[in-house]
Design a protein around this ligand. Structure first.
Ligand SMILES: Cc1ncc(COP(=O)(O)O)c(C=O)c1O
Length: 436
């Protein structure tokens, strides 16, 4: 597969042209990557009005993902806001969402005046969805509705997109998926990619699971989705995006197309076999694992006598840095590029001596009711108070997140007793509330 953006930049570097254009480094090297960091010069195309090399490269991605592909140089965060805007343009007034939404979803909702109806969940980070509850909610209203789910979740859980999509289709609702953690799912022997399982649109952060620079992501639109989604995708992305998208990231997305086309599915399958063997060794040793996502290795270490943070420290001391750890979980995100370090990781984990199980667990979700809309709360006068004294107040900050960026409560919600327990558990000391 060709790499038109990278080829263009390589030629430009070789031409030793005088750079009387941005960026200010003029290709002179301080960091090492400046030569390839260009802007929209003649021939370089323009991300949001693509008609040349970027369009060609996006068409390559479309071939690989078998759906319309639009690049983002500002992560899935940008694509999530763009999807919300596309839903709004399409007349959607009612949004049903899974509780493990990322904070970019919350800020997008507040800006575009959606107040999502949350699906009940067992844990903040989990994408577990009760299809009966969703089905009831879908049937409850004649409003134009969209369902927005976040799967895979941070812990490696995967929602049943096929079943959810069938429910959405039966009631005429759109289905959007935040698949930030799952770009690679398209390339499994049997695709688990949202647009193949019935979603209308999804985003995925190429940088999270493919060899792409941080910030590289895709907005993907299924061929069965309304035409307006594709027609307005670029303007939706440009509405929230920078006018200076990074050409380093665009080259990286471009190069990833050739990487994927050149034997990636086979390399992925081989690596997944290795991870599965490693997961088996950990289980045999007494660790409890969770999640079904193939490239995540998630431990629930309390039954083995450790908090996630303690195991993370143990790994760090061995020169291994995990993706995420909190009291209850340790999450490692692995890709075929880890093939040579997998043994080191497993050896380090197996070196942890088993201890007495830790009994405490995270409090239940707080499920605070809305008092005002997200948008009203975001623009309301606010004050910062101690989280422990916030009972009954309306949250003003757009999101109180437990790491990693999943909302404990969102703006506009009235803080209840359970929220106070959650703030304490996740170490939230101060919050911003609407002034009374
Ligand atoms: C579930 C989820 N969605 C969206 C995002 C935002 O993605 P990006 O960092 O590519 O903007 C993240 C980031 O961690 C995430 O975990």
């Amino acid at each position: 597969m060709n790499t038109p953006i990278r080829d263009f930049v390589e030629k430009y570097i070789a031409s030793e042209a005088v750079r009387a254009h941005m960026p200010g480094h003029k290709g002179k090297t301080l960091l090492g990557c400046e030569q390839a960091d260009i802007t929209e010069i003649a021939g370089a195309d323009s991300l949001y009005e693509a008609s040349g090399i970027i369009k060609e490269s996006e068409a390559n991605a479309s071939k690989l993902f078998e759906c319309e592909s639009f690049y983002s140089a500002e992560g899935s965060s940008l694509c999530i806001r763009a999807m919300l805007y596309l839903l709004k343009r399409q007349g959607v007034t009612r949004l049903i969402a899974s509780r493990n939404a990322h904070k970019s979803f919350i800020s997008g909702c507040a800006l575009l005046d959606f107040s999502p109806i949350w699906l009940k969940a067992s844990e903040y980070l989990s994408c577990g969805i009760d299809n009966c509850e969703l089905s009831k909610l879908l049937l409850q209203s004649n409003e134009k509705t969209a369902v927005f789910i976040t799967t895979p979740d941070y812990l490696g859980g995967c929602a049943d997109i096929k079943a959810i999509s069938a429910l959405c289709k039966a009631s005429g609702a759109y289905l959007c998926v935040d698949c930030a953690h799952g770009a690679y799912l398209k390339f499994l022997p049997e695709s688990l990619y949202p647009t193949d399982l019935g979603a209308d649109m999804c985003c995925s952060s190429a940088h999270k699971t493919l060899p792409v620079l941080t910030g590289g992501a895709y907005l993907h639109i299924a061929s069965t989705a309304p035409k307006a989604f594709c027609e307005n995708a670029k303007s939706a992305l440009s509405l929230f995006g920078s006018t200076s998208p990074s050409y380093l990231i665009l080259q990286s997305l471009d190069t990833a197309n050739a990487y994927i086309a050149n034997g990636y599915p086979e390399r992925l399958s081989e690596f997944i076999i290795k991870i599965n063997i490693a997961k088996g060794r950990l289980k045999d040793h007494g660790f409890v694992l969770c999640g079904s996502e193939p490239l995540k290795l998630t431990l629930k270490p309390k039954s083995y006598g450790y908090c996630g943070g303690e195991l993370a420290k143990l790994l760090e001391n061995a020169g291994i840095f995990p993706e995420f750890a909190d009291s209850d979980y340790l999450v490692l995100m692995l890709t075929p590029e880890n093939a040579d370090s997998l043994d080191k990781i497993i050896t380090a984990l197996l070196s942890a001596e088993r201890r007495q199980a830790i009994k405490d667990s995270a409090p239940d979700l707080c499920d605070c009711p809305y008092a005002i809309s997200l948008r009203e709360a975001l623009f309301a006068e606010s004050e910062i108070i101690k989280a422990s004294q916030s009972l009954g107040r309306i949250l003003a900050q757009f999101n109180i997140a437990c790491p990693p960026a999943v909302p404990i409560a969102v703006c506009g919600e009235r803080i209840n007793e359970q929220a106070l327990k959650c703030f304490e558990y996740y170490g939230i000391k101060e919050i911003s509330v609407v002034k009374e």
